[in-house]
Design a protein around this ligand. Structure first.
Ligand SMILES: Cc1cc2nc3c(=O)[nH]c(=O)nc-3n(C[C@H](O)[C@H](O)[C@H](O)COP(=O)(O)OP(=O)(O)OC[C@H]3O[C@@H](n4cnc5c(N)ncnc54)[C@H](O)[C@@H]3O)c2cc1C
Length: 306
């Protein structure tokens, strides 16, 4: 099913900081723009309590997300961008156009596309260093507040939200046991000075359900191959993230989508590009740059009017 209404200059998938920056840049270049967003404008910003590395004196992600909502409302009011609230499943590049397919089968067409769908959360089954029963589904660290912590709490993984979470609760006292696989050691080093953390470097973790007392048994194999078992009812997920690639994108070995590997009419912005540059400021910069590079490539059917 093709939707002729959607035929536009640039389709942008994902309205986090990457996609919204792309939409603002496209509007400034007089490009007709359609933004496709599955959930909330602002993306991950809506979940970040404390921010300290974004220019403009922003102190929280939610504050910045509210400003982006206002930016987009203004663009939409001026008919310089429209928003489709839907989930995209695939993107395809052709000589003269791109197509983005939504979950209901609708096919949107445009001269070009910017995909900024970010990353999703890992669970234990996605790791090579941990095992757990199928029903093991701990809450995320970053959706938990220190007041929710009861008794000894283990955090699985030392991904970067840990640092943000510690800064968000800088004045709070608590104690967390952070289980750190080898791949997260460099991230644990960034927060190792915080005396509210007890860092546990591990090679392997096996989680099983216990019939009595605390429900989870966490068997940890350390670097010295010694095994230690802890019993607890409190485990939090901080394992990290995996790319939310659309079908049709070219992916690298880690599942990321470097923009230079894509069709000439498709650019990738934000966290989806690489595990290395996952920051708000780089998402915004890459979103704006994606649109500029499409514009200056002078591709047919982008920005030309009768
Ligand atoms: C807890 C936490 C704390 C953080 N703290 C900081 C910090 O302090 N400083 C910092 O610089 N960075 C921080 N980050 C990282 C930062 O949030 C990301 O780098 C940034 O949000 C990436 O922007 P993005 O636009 O690439 O993706 P996202 O913000 O993830 O936005 C992607 C958007 O795409 C939408 N989407 C996904 N799939 C589809 C689909 N198939 N169809 C349609 N829409 C789709 C999503 O709903 C979402 O709105 C933090 C991240 C987390 C999780």
């Amino acid at each position: 099913m093709t939707n002729p209404e959607s035929d536009t200059d640039v389709l942008i998938v994902g309205a986090g900081p990457g996609g919204t920056a792309a939409a603002l840049m496209a509007a400034s270049l007089q490009l007709r723009t359609v933004l496709v967003e599955a959930a909330h404008i602002g993306g991950k910003l809506c979940t970040i309590d404390a921010v300290e590395n974004v220019a403009g004196n922003w102190s929280s992600g939610t504050q910045l997300a509210a400003a982006l909502v206002a930016d987009l409302e203004w663009l939409r009011g001026q008919r310089r961008c429209s928003l489709i609230q839907a989930r995209a499943v695939a993107v395809s590049g052709f000589d003269d156009r791109v197509e983005v397919t939504l979950t209901d089968g609708t096919v949107l067409t445009a001269g070009a596309a910017v995909v900024a769908t970010g990353v999703g959360s890992l669970s234990v089954v996605d790791t090579e260093w941990a095992t757990a029963p199928d029903d093991f589904d701990p809450p995320f660290l970053w959706t938990t507040s220190p007041e929710d912590l009861r008794g000894r709490t283990y955090v699985l993984g030392a991904d970067r939200p840990l640092g943000t979470w510690l800064r968000s609760h800088a004045a709070k006292q608590f104690h967390l046991h952070v289980i750190v696989p080898p791949g997260d050691a460099y991230k644990a080093a960034e927060v190792a000075d915080d005396d509210r953390l007890h860092i546990l470097p591990v090679e392997q973790v096996d989680i099983t359900r216990s019939a009595h007392g605390d429900p989870w048994r966490i068997e940890v194999t350390g670097k010295d191959h010694q095994r230690v078992t802890y019993a607890t009812r409190n485990v939090l997920n901080n394992l990290g993230s995996k790319p939310e690639a659309l079908n049709g994108l070219q992916i690298d070995r880690a599942g990321y989508c470097p923009t230079e590997r894509q069709h000439k009419r498709i650019r990738v912005a934000g966290d989806l590009r690489s595990a290395r540059f996952q920051r708000i400021a780089t998402a915004q910069g890459s979103g704006a740059e994606a649109v500029l590079s499409l514009f200056y490539d002078n591709l047919e059917h982008i920005g030309q009017r009768e």
